[in-house]
Structures are given as structure tokens and as C-alpha cells.
Write a protein of this length. Sequence first.
Length: 314
Amino acid sequence: MPTPSDNWGRWGEDDQAGTLNLLGPAAVLAALAAARDGRVLSLALPIKGATSGTAATTVPHLRGRPLPQHYMSIDGADYAAGTRPVGAGLRVADDAVVVSPHGTTTHMDALCHMWAGERLYNGHPADRVRSYGAGRLGIEHAAARGVVARGVLFDVAAHRGVGHLGPRDRIGADELAAIAEARGFSLRPGDAAVVRTGWPRMWDPRDPARYQGAQPGLAADAARWLAERDPALVAADNAAVQGLDDDGRSTEDLHDDVHLTLLWRHGVHLAEMLWLEDLGSAAAASGRPDFLFIALPLPVRGGTGSPINPVAVL
């Protein structure tokens, strides 16, 4: 089996940004040309706290992951119970939100999120990922740059003529190439490759196992095809970019694992659990597969990921 390619050392031995290095000033300015109408679409799922009754059950999430916590430290009921106003009748409400992004909401994976052996992306030592966060490759490095890129939509569900893919469907390299050819675009270095499977449609709070088990996603050769084209980021509307089996796990070995190919070997950040239904409809109506893609993670020092509200500017 041939040794997989990688980007280790490409931007220097201390690099912690991966293919976000491709988003220099010229690339960002060029990406702005992909916005033509000025219409903004949010590509994020809502964050609903598990403390808000049954609200969290209405939002897709993976089994066993800590659901978001949203609570009020002071609210209107406190004043009704006799809490003194701030001053001269002035009242204020304060809340707190705690979110574990992986598997619970729209988020971006940091380059320290997954690895094999004793080294992170670019050879950074894995023992720098500690109980208080990652000393290397934390999400703050992506936050410092942000993602402002030309986005291109690989609408796989539309290409197959279905509302959503089946749980065991896999998206191969040939299909991605066929979609690009059919829609008349190419994936350029520094682009954000956005993959729509339609899988969020499968969420049903009465039967969460239907979403939380097997899921469609990228096959191993599709990840290699993408990596060869130098995307700044790969985003998808499923929970893991790659396909999952009945236990919610990847079926590929370490050589073929999609996260390891993109995140670990090539330094390509991943964004997961996007809402792409509105973007898919807009792209179908306009015939335009490209747009300005913006995603800004929170600068959580040492974080393995961050919630994001990615937007498409049409």
C-alpha cells in the first residue's frame, strides 16, 4: 500500500494553520467576487440548551455527547421575586451558554482534534494535548485567521435526484468530479468545499436513533481527491464529513480514515453539522454553485473545536 501524501513541513515546522495558509490577502479578495447578490444565508443549526425543557431534542445531535447547557443567571422572574434593579429602575438579564461542539451543533474541528500515533498534524507532539486544552494546533489558530473563501457546493443529494442520501451511501471521488463537471466549476486551492447530503432532514425527536446510527458521507478516495486540490476547508451537513456505520463510527482503517487524511495528514480543517437546505435551494434556483463562504470559530485557547455560524453570501 503506497504511503499517503501529507502537508507536513509545507509551511514550516512550526505551522499550526494548515491549508488556511492558502487564504492570504489576494485569495480573500478574489473570494469576494463570488458574492453577487448580497443575500446572506446562515448555514448553522440552532443551539438549544438541554436545560430548556425538551428543546434540545428538536436539534440533531449524536448519542453520548454532552448537550449544550443554556441557563439564566438573572432573569425577569428574579425581579418579580424582589431582586433590586441595577439602578433607577434599570433591569438586565444575563445568561450563560456551555457548548461541547463535537456532535452537538454546527462546528469546526481544530487540527488537534484527531491523530494517529504520537504526533499531531505537522509533527507536533501529541502529549501537548492535555486536560486543560491543546498546547499545539488549538482552534484559536483558525480563529486568528478566520475562513473567508470562495465556497463551492457539491450538492450530492440533488445530483442523485433525492432529498437526502441513505444511511449507508458513500460519496466517491468520481461523483465529486462528476458534480463539478456537471455544474461547470473546479475546486481551486483555498476554496471551501461544501458537501450536501441532506442528512439533517432525517432527524426525528421521536426516533433519534435513525439519525445517530449509520450516516452517509465521504468515502476514502473522495477525501484524497479533495486533499489533492488544496481546499482551505471541507464542510458537510452530516455529523462527521465521512460516512458512519450503525454504531456511529467510521468503518475505514487508519490508512483510509477521512479525518486522518484531511485533518491530520493535510491540515485541512473540517466543519460539520451544517444546515445546507436553504443553500441547496438557492443554488438550484440560480444555477450558481459558488458563493462567498465565511466561518469564524471562537478563539478558545487550546480548543479541539468551536461552534461556528458559517454564512454563504450569494
